[in-house]
Design a protein around this ligand. Sequence first.
Ligand SMILES: Nc1ncnc2c1ncn2[C@@H]1O[C@H](COP(=O)(O)OP(=O)(O)OP(=O)(O)O)[C@@H](O)[C@H]1O
Length: 305
Amino acid sequence: MPTRSVKSPSVDSEVTTMTTPEKAPSRTVRPTAGLGSAATSVSAPGEPVMDLSDVSVFYGDFEAVRGVSLPIRHNQITAMIGPSGCGKSTVLRSLNRMNDLVAGARVSGSITYHGQDIYAPNVDPIQVRRHIGMVFQKANPFPKSIYDNVAYGPRLNGVKRRAELDDIVEEALTGAALWDEVKDKMKTSGLALSGGQQQRLCIARAIAVKPEVILMDEPCSALDPIATSKVEELMFRLAEDYTIVIVTHNMQQAARVSHYTAFFTAEVDDAGVRHGRLVEFDDTEKIFTNPAEQRTEDYITGRFG
Ligand SMILES: Nc1ncnc2c1ncn2[C@@H]1O[C@H](COP(=O)(O)OP(=O)(O)OP(=O)(O)O)[C@@H](O)[C@H]1O
């Protein structure tokens, strides 16, 4: 298990011992600013790490998504599926306050991380994103060397010693199943890698700062089938150490990789405005074999969407 050692000179740090039932304890230094004990809490696999309760997300006056409630469970992969525009990415981005970066975006309801409201006034969004990382649809390596891409976050967090950085970079690239392919070209630009390698580099960059939760927004949509299956295999392995939430258009992918599935759709209100709604959240197997809602069945059998 990776030691979740994140250090920031700018925030109060706290030393704690993290343990999960099936894993050895590891000594950990993690920033807590605003997240309080949430930053050091530990969940057993399957327990909720995050909880969404009656979450609505607005862009200005437009309520893009309305009234979403669901848990995000520890060491599990949760997939968000549904037709275009139903608000999957909007909900995903609200989980680590990425929507804060969009002018006019606002969240109502509550989103907690280990019981702490991540939108509480004392919570630093940078700290939230350190615990809840993100991998985007299009691989977006920095125009820097492979090494510097992965070392970027740890350096920002105050890690300076070369030997320590070397270890972090190797561990992250190994965790992202990329080390063997790039270990002899650390100085090569991240942009010189193939699309699939670039996406794994971005995953390495995300895990280098030891988040607990990784949000993935369509991480395979720009990849060919071979690169896609590598990233899917990687997700399985990552779920041993991380909690993953993935937005995907690909229902087969959701069925293959996830433990839980949230099916969203867009409903049109009396004024003719479309709002994203969560139709059903359940075990992936249940959603794909015996969904409770007709709309879910219609979507997964290709009758609409
Ligand atoms: N930055 C933004 N400003 C205004 N409206 C936005 C913004 N981002 C998304 N929306 C709107 O919010 C709604 C939900 O969009 P979102 O991208 O979350 O849906 P999605 O289900 O992820 O779609 P897709 O599958 O096509 O990516 C849409 O009506 C979209 O136009």
